[in-house]
Design a protein around this ligand. Structure first.
Ligand code: SF4
Length: 347
């Protein structure tokens, strides 16, 4: 009688080890990032980026106000929110800082709790056209009044943020509490309550999110990058006293996808810790300026040059290919699929 042979058990395949990003990786990546940045079609990419609009202004006062409005509205697709932001800035005239200062002064002449006063009604009527996804005219009116109030109380938004940052100890660890306090003060500014009467706080909270919450606070970190870095071909440099080294990468779906492919992070959660891990890796590339390549890396994803579904042609044309851990090979054995990072959206 023949014995039936049972096949020998196959060895369980080991999961590939995820190698941490180290100094040797940073040394290899640094010249490639520099080349990516140098070869970027900056004019075309600026036209697709919200920073194009605050870059219209030359004074730090106008840049910090226009920049905050742009950052607050920079959710969803850029081709959807930029026309609304353009209309808003056009309506505010040549100086958005003077416009919000005038709004705060006019409302300040009324009692803080005055509901339905003529100044509130005029302000709401002035922006009655405004609608963008979760936000309505009362949210925008409250935001403009709050910005004007904080500028009147502290001289500038930059001065107030610098004081909160210093009060939290300075350095990278101070960024999150300072941002949370900065946003909380704006949401609680005296003119806000009367303007949101009947509307509620949710819309304004969406415009001014809590950096201490579960997300990566992308819009706040984008605003800080614009204000603190530069002035250069992208960023504004309106708040030069703050250290670039303390900035955090503004984490969106494009940065997360490209960062995972480059091995800057293995995390899939789009939260503050992931932004910290990516920033820590880029600090090995440039300790004094870890968010230096945010614009170039983000637009590598936004432009479709590093698409969610990779093709050999995309990787062959990419300046980062020799340092990329997920580059799509033109032929040969199958590679691991690239990590999935969710729906593509524009910054
Ligand atoms: S080599 Fe390919 S996967 Fe890697 S960053 Fe470039 S386009 Fe993206």
């Amino acid at each position: 009688m023949k014995r039936r042979l049972t096949p020998a058990p196959r060895p369980t395949p080991r999961a590939p080890r995820r190698r941490a990003f180290g100094a040797a990786d940073a040394a290899a990546l640094a010249p490639l990032l520099s080349r990516l940045d140098a070869t970027l079609d900056r004019a075309a990419r600026l036209a697709a980026d919200p920073v194009e609009l605050p870059r219209r202004y030359t004074s730090p006062a106008d840049q910090e106000v226009a920049g905050l409005l742009a950052a607050c509205l920079a959710y969803g697709r850029a081709d959807h929110f930029k026309p609304i932001l353009t209309r808003l800035l056009d309506q505010l005239g040549g100086s958005p800082a003077a416009a919000v200062d005038a709004i705060a002064a006019a409302l300040g002449a009324q009692p803080a709790t005055s509901v339905g006063g003529p100044e509130q009604a005029a302000l709401l009527a002035r922006f009655s056209w405004f609608r963008y996804r979760f936000n309505r005219p009362a949210d925008l009116a409250a935001l403009l009044a709050a910005i004007g109030h904080q500028r009147a109380a502290h001289g500038s938004l930059g001065a107030r943020f610098a004081a909160l940052f210093a009060g939290a100890g300075g350095g990278p660890g101070a960024l999150r509490p300072a941002l949370a306090a900065f946003a909380a003060e704006l949401r609680a500014a005296p003119p806000v309550a009367a303007l949101l009467e009947g509307r509620g706080p949710r819309g304004l909270r969406h415009l001014l999110p809590d950096a201490a919450g579960p997300g990566a606070a992308k819009r706040w970190n984008l605003y800080l990058r614009w204000m603190v870095r530069g002035p250069d071909a992208v960023d504004l440099g309106a708040w030069p006293g703050l250290p670039r080294a303390a900035l955090l990468m503004p984490l969106d779906t494009h940065i997360q996808r490209v960062a995972r492919r480059l091995g800057l992070t293995h995390r899939s959660a789009a939260g503050w810790r992931t932004a910290e891990e990516i920033t820590a890796a880029l600090r090995l590339v440039d300790p004094a300026d870890p968010v230096r390549y945010d614009f170039a890396l983000c637009h590598l994803g936004m432009s479709g040059a590093c698409p969610p579904r990779l093709t050999p042609a995309a990787c062959a044309a990419c300046p980062l290919v020799s340092a990329c851990r997920c580059a799509s090979a033109p032929a040969g054995p199958r590679r691991r699929p690239a990590p999935r990072t969710g729906r593509a959206r524009t910054r």
